[in-house]
Design a binder for this molecule. Structure first.
Ligand code: COA
Length: 336
């Protein structure tokens, strides 16, 4: 059985920012003229609409993160100067060099915080939460903001119906604090990676192997490419496995879990995991219909929504679970 840590780390507040512009499915078969339709998108993905950032109007990965963080800090009653660290999980930073977390630090006035970005795609928030929890428990930090934020629209090929319909933009933030009581205590994690999956889901150019050039732009290599069917199968298998692993090592079963907050890739992935784990949909938080797949932002934004809707009661066990590019996958166990 897990030994209780000397310092208790808990999520004491959350916040989110969703871009103002809601884009319905009709945008793709209407304005963009793609060979797709309402029925296909809704039934194959569960997405009804997604939010798309107005980057020129100021909605960027950093600013969305900052707004989510400000809401989170306000709810916690914590001043920005009292934040020790900021982790931004993202695959769509404002720019290639200079961590988005540093821009956020400046925007919110967290003058005493260190800041770094973390790249683990859709698993980024869970991995970031593990880092924050470990540092708080080790006494290296008392308050860490863990942010999952994406401007996926900046790396989507709007001529590719396989990918562009499933993603959205947004940011979610959690404050992880050393507290004796209250909040959602972070209990444990299970995390994995399998680099063999790197060929199945990626952005081929823009790194040091294929820096931006006329050719890479002409070949549309700066956009997300995926083998959707293969990714789908891996996601269902890995998410189910990693939740079972986490519950097993804590002497729990799926019946003990009050709410699962899964990565929001596709409603069919979520439903398939629920069936495998024998967790009914009433105990699974869903936002893919309204926000689509916002990569690192799905879990913190969906958690924020679940808290807003009063779906987590004192004593409840909550599980987060994610799967994404890398491949990476992981789960977290928390108690309210
Ligand atoms: N509209 C209409 N038809 C579409 C379409 C669209 N937007 N996208 C694909 N299709 C077609 C395909 O071309 C294919 O046609 P074919 O049978 O004539 O070859 C058919 O629909 C089925 O394609 P398939 O890829 O098997 O569909 P799917 O049921 O697997 O759904 C995804 C496609 C991408 C929605 C699904 O695989 C998925 O969600 N995968 C996970 C992706 C993901 O989560 N990535 C992010 C990392 S977590």
């Amino acid at each position: 059985m897990r030994r209780a840590p000397l310092i208790r780390a808990a999520i004491t507040a959350t916040g989110r920012y969703m871009p103002r512009r809601a884009v319905p499915n009709s945008h793709f078969y209407g304005e963009l003229g793609l060979d797709t339709n309402e029925e296909w998108i809704r039934s194959r993905t569960g997405v009804v609409e997604r939010r798309i950032a107005d980057v020129a109007g100021g909605e960027t990965t950093a600013s969305m993160s900052a707004w989510a963080a400000q809401q989170c800090l306000q709810r916690a009653g914590v001043a920005p100067e009292d934040v020790d660290g900021i982790v931004v999980a993202t695959i769509t930073p404002d720019q290639g060099v200079t961590a988005t977390a540093c821009i956020v630090q400046e925007l919110i006035g967290a003058t005493n915080a260190w800041a770094f970005d973390l790249v683990a795609a859709c698993s980024g928030y869970v991995f970031g939460l593990s880092q924050a929890t470990a540092m708080v428990r080790a006494g290296m930090a008392r308050r860490v903001l863990v942010i999952g934020a994406e401007t996926m629209s900046s790396i989507l090929d709007y001529t590719d119906r396989d990918t562009c319909i499933i993603f959205g933009d947004g940011a979610g933030c959690s404050l992880v604090e050393a507290v004796d009581e209250g909040g959602l205590e972070v209990l444990d994690f299970a995390m994995h990676a399998a680099g063999a999956g790197a060929t199945l889901l990626n952005v081929p150019a823009g790194g040091s192997v294929r820096p931006a050039s006329h050719d890479t732009v002409d070949e549309r290599l700066h956009f997300v490419k995926q083998d959707g069917r293969a990714v789908f199968k891996h996601a269902v298998t890995r998410i189910s496995q990693v939740i079972t692993e986490l519950l097993d090592k804590n002497g729990l079963t799926a019946d003990d879990v009050a709410l699962v907050v899964p990565h929001q890739a596709n409603i069919r992935i979520i439903e398939a995991c629920g069936r495998r784990l024998k967790v009914d949909m009433g105990r699974i938080a869903v936002s893919v219909d309204r926000w689509a797949n916002t990569t690192a932002a799905t879990i913190p934004t969906t958690l924020d929504l679940a808290l807003e809707e009063g779906r987590i009661k004192p004593g409840d066990l909550v599980v987060f679970a994610a799967f994404g590019a890398g491949f990476t996958w992981g789960s977290a166990l928390l108690r309210a």
